[in-house]
Design a protein around this ligand. Sequence first.
Ligand SMILES: *[C@@H]1O[C@H](CO)[C@@H](O)[C@H](O)[C@H]1NC(C)=O
Ligand SMILES: *[C@@H]1O[C@H](CO)[C@@H](O)[C@H](O)[C@H]1NC(C)=O
Ligand SMILES: *[C@@H]1O[C@H](CO)[C@@H](O)[C@H](O)[C@H]1NC(C)=O
Length: 146
Amino acid sequence: MLFRSAFALVVAAVAASYPGVLAQEPNCARNYTVVAGDTCNLIAAKTNTSTYQLESVNADKVNADCSNLAIGEPLCLGIVGQDCDVVHVVEAGDSCDAIAEAAGTTVDILLANNPNVNSDCTNIGVGEVLCTANEIIVVNSTASTV
Ligand SMILES: *[C@@H]1O[C@H](CO)[C@@H](O)[C@H](O)[C@H]1NC(C)=O
Ligand SMILES: *[C@@H]1O[C@H](CO)[C@@H](O)[C@H](O)[C@H]1NC(C)=O
Ligand SMILES: *[C@@H]1O[C@H](CO)[C@@H](O)[C@H](O)[C@H]1NC(C)=O
């Protein structure tokens, strides 16, 4: 009984902290709602979104190390016209050369689409999701979405 009312309180508190839950970005190409167990890399992988794009579009909500996701929180996966949905999940041993080649794109385009990756491609991490589109898709930062 106590547990049940405590649970109801938590749910109410979570819902109350997202008054705009139905008012997601109007120019959002793909809406998403955070579920239990999500991390930025997992959301990106299961929705075919790059980790950079996810964090960039939601920079007003998600902190730098993506440690503040909350169940029920609405996120936007990509902005209309700036939405890369062709991706690769980084595996151990991956290099930008190999990722670009396998995806039929170039390292230059890969780096342009993933501005968080350094030019030597030494800072990619296992589980990170990269945009592997074969054309440059400009991802505007959160400034344009708020
Ligand atoms: C995302 O949510 C916004 C606001 O509710 C809505 O206007 C838009 O149509 C939604 N986009 C998609 C692709 O469902
Ligand atoms: C992600 O992309 C792959 C390869 O194109 C496709 O098979 C899969 O259905 C896509 N998943 C989603 C959620 O769009
Ligand atoms: C990015 O956002 C800024 C500020 O809203 C806007 O001026 C600019 O035109 C946008 N760029 C693109 C490519 O959408």
